[in-house]
Design a protein around this ligand. Structure first.
Ligand code: ATP
Length: 349
């Protein structure tokens, strides 16, 4: 059992706040993803859990034990970084074996354990090669094998896919998901890629400027973003956001009139997802604006409209064709809309 608790964990450098009062209970065997833009404090959080960085205040508890004063090597965590951190003069077998040697695991066990880790990440044919003779994806798999060769209490993965090309990223992502399921080890995974977060996580933590914005399952975060930052960060494309005003139950913005908001009044931000909206075939949609761009995605046609200052994406049927500046009418009923406070950006109930 290796749950992790972060209690008001804060990291400051002088006046600069890297991570602010981070509070979280991570369940044993959970796959938790820290998601946010560059500089939001993901890596710093991870480094504090690993023991590579001291928190300015707050407590870190792993498996029921406060670890603030424990050395990294005594925390029983295995880390995988984006720069693989392989030893160039050791071959793949020796690289994978390294943690067993450091931890003084009996020699007699090494062969079988390295072999099993190599099998899990499909590296058996490459065991004699040096890292320089491997592709980026193979190197990344050596780094993974080195993390799984012994079963630590916790895996910490910092953008492990960021150096891979798009195709390899998808297959390695699936492999990580599969491994974590098989090994049943608590995993904390850092990324700025929301698709990685959505596909891998049991729960996602969205961070901005050192502050946690929302914690939830991928579905929670997608369906009920807590504020405009989360709404604008999750989804591909991200949620469309329109600044406007509700008067007599109707939301108004340039080119937009959406009735059905009884009980709401004044300035708000109204959001909707491209995939929830659609082409209004009768031309009487709630959003009327010229086409800004059209992208053929294979399964659909993504139309972006320019409504006042806002660019709004709408998913149209795959056979739909239009041209730039042609008028477009989109069906955006109140039922698919999310309302946020105009000032704070917080979700309105
Ligand atoms: P990225 O995705 O770019 O790696 P991140 O979310 O992992 O970003 P962190 O590396 O955790 O971000 O950094 C958080 C903030 O803390 C950044 O603004 C960074 O410049 C700052 N920071 C990190 N280390 C130090 C340090 N040693 N001294 C001062 N500021 C630091």
């Amino acid at each position: 059992m290796a749950g992790i608790q972060l209690k008001q964990v804060t990291k400051r450098w002088g006046d600069f706040v890297g991570v602010e009062a981070f509070d979280l209970d991570i369940a044993d065997r959970e796959f938790l993803v820290l998601l946010g833009p560059s500089g939001c404090g993901k890596t710093t959080t991870m480094r504090m859990i690993a023991g590579l960085e001291d928190p300015t205040s707050g407590d870190i508890v792993i498996d029921g034990r406060r670890v603030n004063d424990l050395d990294p090597k005594d925390r029983d965590v295995a880390m995988v970084f984006q720069s693989y951190g392989l030893y160039p003069n050791m071959n793949v077998w020796e690289n994978i074996r390294f943690p067993l040697k450091v931890r003084k695991v009996p020699e007699a066990e090494h062969e079988a354990r390295v072999q099993r880790a190599a099998e899990m990440v499909e590296l058996v044919p490459f065991l004699d090669r040096k890292p320089a003779a491997l592709s980026g994806g193979q190197r990344q798999r050596v780094a993974l094998a080195r993390a799984i060769v012994r079963t630590p209490k916790v895996f910490l993965m910092d953008e492990p896919l960021s150096n891979l090309d798009a195709k390899l990223r998808v297959s390695t992502r699936a492999q990580i998901k599969n491994l974590s399921h098989e090994l049943q080890v608590t995993t904390i995974y850092v990324t700025h890629d929301q698709i990685e977060a959505m596909t891998l996580a049991d729960r996602v933590v969205v961070m901005k400027q050192g502050v946690v914005q929302q914690v939830g399952t991928p579905t929670d975060i997608y369906d009920n973003p807590a504020n405009t930052f989360v709404a604008g960060f999750i989804g591909s494309p991200a949620m469309n956001l329109m600044e406007g005003e509700v008067v007599d139950g109707t939301f108004h913005a340039a080119g937009v009139e959406i009735p059905g908001f009884e009980g709401v009044k004044g300035p708000v931000v109204c959001g909707f997802r491209a995939e929830d909206a659609g082409l209004a075939e009768d031309g009487a949609g709630e959003v009327q604006a010229p086409v800004y761009s059209m992208e053929l995605l294979g399964d659909s046609t993504m139309v972006t409209m320019r409504a006042g200052g806002a660019l709004l994406a709408v998913k149209a049927p795959k056979e739909f064709r239009t041209h730039i500046r042609a008028p477009f009418s989109a069906h955006v009923p109140a039922a698919i809309c999310h309302l946020f406070d105009a000032k704070s950006g917080e979700r309105l109930a």
